[in-house]
Design a protein around this ligand. Structure first.
Ligand code: SF4
Ligand code: SF4
Length: 422
């Protein structure tokens, strides 16, 4: 019978190769991963512990592949997974996990918990048990090319408006350009000043760049959903545009998950066009500063206390840890202060992984952000800077929700405002 539990369990079984089995066998249930998870720490809810989030995967493996699991099931010591279990876990893995992967860093047995939880999302996606808000955004991206309704026409109008409003050249669909820049619809709709800022930086550095109308959306809601089919579909649009324009480089702007999908995950699931480098805007800006292609006014933001929020997918996963710090040490040499923990060990903002798109996740999302409030208070931050527009959306919303006296800033914007004329 095709129940959602059957479909989900069959996906687990299909995905459980030797590597996954070895990881599941290795777990000693020590619980160390729990203290790494902002959702667990903020709420104390044991169902938010990372090891619990993979429990269905573990049960599927034990019940289908191990003798002890089969015996326990036959004797009634363990119970078959039910549709209710699947519904309950769907809420846990979509609403209380940002796929930040901090838990993987602390597991003494080396379990890659983030990717394992992604497998759980994949099984939920196959079984059709994805939160409505998230699924609506996925369907919008399938049908309109963007989860926020940025159709071809909306995109063209918006880019033209940004170019006029900020008086900056923004090339679109230029064949033969070296670099394709792909923004997220969060930037297009919520932070258009980011587009102007990045355009100004690229123009000042002398980059031969272009946007693409067909490959205009870097956000990947298929990746949040855990659907391989839709993850690939959204990346394919960008790769096709890159091939059509003949570029040598794709630059992902301020979206961490999109960077993870395009820069790392794509190579494991599809054919990535050869000879095209994929990088993140913060890496490129760092390169411009190091090489002298752009020069920044030293001390341009040196007042109050400025701290930096590391995005899980850009800094922890993507490795762009040094560049923001090198830039902030130029812009705010006396004002820049690190939160603790930071860099690879940073605490997630609580809004990534599609969580901010799910209305029902609001209480847990706000609860998780309280850890960031504590961190910012500890350094006395007047401003917090970041390089991910999804984090920026979460910070902007939470600053308003908690009525905080902290300015939320985008790193690209600060760089653009501090550019020395060439
Ligand atoms: S830290 Fe690793 S070994 Fe310990 S409970 Fe979590 S997943 Fe299992
Ligand atoms: S990936 Fe992040 S949010 Fe998800 S369980 Fe691990 S620590 Fe928690």
């Amino acid at each position: 019978m095709k129940t959602i539990s059957n479909i989900a369990m069959n996906t687990f079984v299909k995905e459980t190769g030797g590597y996954v089995a070895a990881q599941l066998e290795a777990c000693t249930r020590c619980g160390m991963c729990a203290d790494a998870c902002h959702f667990y720490v903020a709420t104390g809810n044991p169902e938010y512990a990372p090891v619990w989030k993979i429990d269905l995967l573990k049960r599927a493996y034990e019940q289908r592949f191990t003798l002890s699991g089969k015996v326990k099931l036959a004797l009634g010591v363990d119970k078959p997974v039910t549709d209710e279990d699947i519904q309950k876990f769907s809420k846990i893995v979509y609403e209380a996990c940002t796929m930040c992967n901090k838990c993987s860093m602390v597991c003494p047995m080396g379990l890659q918990l983030g990717p394992l939880i992604h497998e759980v999302r994949t099984s939920m996606s196959n079984a059709g048990v994805v939160p409505d808000d998230l699924m609506k955004a996925v369907n919008k991206q399938v049908e309109e090319g963007s989860p926020l309704g940025v159709t071809d026409d909306v995109y063209d109008d918006r880019i033209e408006w940004v170019a006029d409003e900020w008086e900056v050249d923004i090339p679109v669909d230029v064949k033969g350009a070296d670099t394709l820049v792909v923004f997220s619809s969060i930037e297009v709709m919520k932070f258009p000043e980011n587009i102007a800022a990045i355009a100004k930086i690229l123009n000042t550095a002398g980059e031969k760049w272009t946007l693409s109308t067909a490959g205009r959306e870097v956000v990947n809601f298929g990746f949040y959903e855990g659907s391989e089919e839709r993850t690939k579909m959204f990346m394919q649009r960008i790769f096709d545009a890159a091939k059509e324009l003949g570029v040598k480089k794709i630059v992902v702007t301020e979206c961490g998950h999109a960077y993870d999908a395009l820069r790392w995950t794509s190579y494991n699931m599809m054919e990535v066009p050869a000879g095209i480098e994929i990088t993140h805007i913060v890496g490129l800006i760092g390169e411009y500063v190091r090489s002298g292609k752009i020069k920044l006014k030293a001390g341009a933001f040196d007042n109050g206390v400025i701290t930096f929020h590391d995005a899980c997918k850009i800094q922890r996963r993507g490795g762009h840890i040094k560049e923001p710090r090198e830039i902030l040490k130029i812009l705010a040499p006396n004002s820049f202060k690190e939160m603790s923990p930071s860099k690879e060990q940073a605490i997630c903002c609580g809004g990534g992984g599609g969580v901010i798109a799910i209305k029902e996740a609001d209480p847990v999302r706000y609860a998780a952000f309280e850890l960031k409030i504590d961190q910012m208070k500890a350094v006395g931050a007047d401003a917090v800077v970041m390089s991910c527009s999804n984090c920026r959306l979460q910070f902007t919303d939470c600053v308003q929700h908690f009525n905080l006296d902290v300015k939320v800033k985008g790193l690209s914007q600060m760089v653009a405002d501090a550019l020395e004329e060439r």
